[in-house]
Write a protein that binds this ligand. Structure first.
Ligand code: GUE
Length: 282
């Protein structure tokens, strides 16, 4: 049996349509949701990603501004720019594209963003809110994964979810979101002794490592839901995830593709967070 596909492009489109409707309603009240994106340096992937985010925003009726600065920008100047955006009532969301040049302390930059405008959900305030169940912005990638599970009507209660990866932007917040839905959650990482023993017990597997073929067919319980957060290139230069898609799709019950899976959902949830930042302000 071949797994059913969870189509991130299609779901993201539905979410964007909802955001567009709510944005229109806000604009009728004189508030235009506005996102400021800061890109420092010339990283080609970052240039593509930020352009995508601006286009998504514009097409959905939000206002997005891309500010570009040279890699030689000082950290002090960047912090000053972030503070100015914090103080600008017309700006509802602030996104500083990562990675930043090496001479900057990314965490310090993120902590300078006002939690009310932290639409990436990377601020410690947002992380703490997620952990305690308080209101706050959820990081877009794991938030998008939760929406994908919701879209197939999947109940996490009592299920075993295995998250592979423990980053602050995906693995850890993903585990918190799954836990909040009453899943039993295991977080695996590079020091996990027997990854396969863990994943074979999983009803849901989220692969968020950033390495090809972290999850292969022999590691998956028949019928499991497999969510692939990876964004890698294969030997032919084609985009691929962390999951051996061809093999795993023959075992899993549901699977997300790369491209067209978690990536578009990440961008859609950024729009949702920005809209909600504007709704909160209005
Ligand atoms: N402050 C900050 N916030 C981020 O959210 C952030 C960041 N920095 N730095 C880089 C990563 C990466 N990221 C992606 C989001 C969507 C796709 C995406 O839409 N991918 C498409 C393919 C796009 C393509 O063709 O390259 C897909 O999977 O179908 C990819 C990558 C957000 N990031």
């Amino acid at each position: 049996m071949t797994a059913q596909l969870i189509d991130g492009n299609a779901l993201a489109k539905t979410i964007r349509a909802e955001v567009a409707g709510r944005t229109q309603a806000l604009r009728a009240r004189g508030i235009t949701p506005a996102l400021s994106i800061i890109l420092v340096g010339e990283d080609p992937a970052s240039q593509v990603y930020t352009k995508h985010k601006v286009n998504d925003s514009t097409e959905t009726g939000l206002q997005a501004t891309l500010e570009r600065y040279p890699a030689t920008m000082t950290e002090a100047d960047l912090l000053a720019r972030v503070r100015a955006l914090n103080d600008d009532p017309k700006v509802h969301g602030i996104l500083v594209q990562l990675p930043l040049p090496k001479h900057m302390d990314s965490q310090k930059v993120i902590e300078t963003i006002s939690p009310a405008k932290d639409v990436d959900g990377f601020h410690i305030h947002s992380a703490g809110a997620l952990m305690t169940g308080a209101r706050g912005f959820w990081p877009c990638t794991p938030y998008g994964c939760m929406k994908m599970l919701e879209s197939i009507g999947y109940s996490l209660r009592g299920k075993h979810a295995v998250v592979i990866g423990r980053s602050n932007i995906v693995g850890k917040p993903m585990a918190m979101m799954l836990l909040a839905q009453s899943a039993t959650v295991t977080i695996c990482h590079s020091a996990t002794a027997d990854l396969k023993a863990m994943t074979l017990q999983a009803d849901v597997i989220v692969a968020a490592v950033g390495k090809r073929n972290v999850l292969t067919a022999d590691m998956v319980k028949p019928g499991a839901v497999v969510i692939d957060v990876g964004m890698n290139r294969n030997d032919e230069g084609k985009l691929c995830g962390d999951v051996d898609f061809g093999g795993v799709r023959e075992v899993a019950g549901w699977i997300t593709p790369v491209p067209g899976g978690v990536g578009p959902m990440t961008r859609a949830m950024l729009l949702v967070n920005t809209l909600e930042a504007a709704e909160n302000a209005g």
